[in-house]
Design a protein around this ligand. Structure first.
Ligand SMILES: [Fe+2]
Length: 203
């Protein structure tokens, strides 16, 4: 991480790493980023849809910015077709990023997907998406000086670019520091899970 980023300390949700049994590991996990084809046509429609839905969460989550409903691919949502396209790319990227010997066993589904508009001084406090298998962000309208997504346990940050998807394991802790730019940072995010079969134990 070349720049230091202020880690918003406010905390309303307990993280997996806060367990009293937590121990430190020194392991590697993928933080995948990829440009999505056709983003120039998709992004204006996504932004319009996200802005028309507006803030539905009222800062009740880790996201301290305007955040939409969490199932934006559903047919009653504006830009649901574009959300669906992005969710499909996210699933493809999950498969491409998973260990090859596991792919034939994977049955992946997007469980939630939402849009966010960060204005100046807005942020997301440190959190993870456990129990999601994979989580992703997709950048719709951002400026070169907008806030990055920061993975503090790896001392790593990813600078958003329009049309870029960033995919990472759902249990990886991350945050978005305060947006310093006057230009809004418009993005969407989502979670992906593996659908276990009927033989899976539930207890
Ligand atoms: Fe997140």
């Amino acid at each position: 991480m070349s720049k230091s980023h202020e880690n918003p300390s406010e905390k309303t949700h307990i993280r997996l790493s806060d367990s009293r049994y937590a121990v430190e590991f020194n392991v590697k996990f993928p933080i995948v980023h990829k440009q999505i084809p056709g983003w120039e046509e998709i992004n204006p429609l996504l932004e319009k849809g996200i802005r028309s839905v507006g803030d539905k969460q009222k800062r009740s989550t880790n996201v301290k910015a305007d955040m939409t409903d969490t199932r934006m691919w559903e047919s009653n949502q504006p830009a649901h077709e574009q959300f669906e396209i992005i969710c499909k790319y996210a699933l493809e990227l999950c498969l491409a990023s998973s260990p090859p010997q596991t792919v034939k066993h994977l049955r992946l589904a997007v469980t939630d997907c939402w849009g966010v508009v960060y204005r100046k001084d807005e942020f997301t406090q440190q959190h993870d998406h456990w129990p999601a298998l994979w989580s992703f962000g997709y950048y719709i309208n951002v400026s070169p000086d907008c806030a990055p997504i920061v993975f503090p346990d790896a001392n790593h940050a990813v600078q958003p670019k329009n049309g870029m998807m960033c995919l990472f394991p759902g249990w990886i802790s991350h945050y978005v520091p305060k947006q310093q730019s006057n230009q809004d940072r418009v993005m969407l995010a989502g979670n992906i899970t593996h659908l276990f079969g009927a033989t899976a134990r539930s207890s």
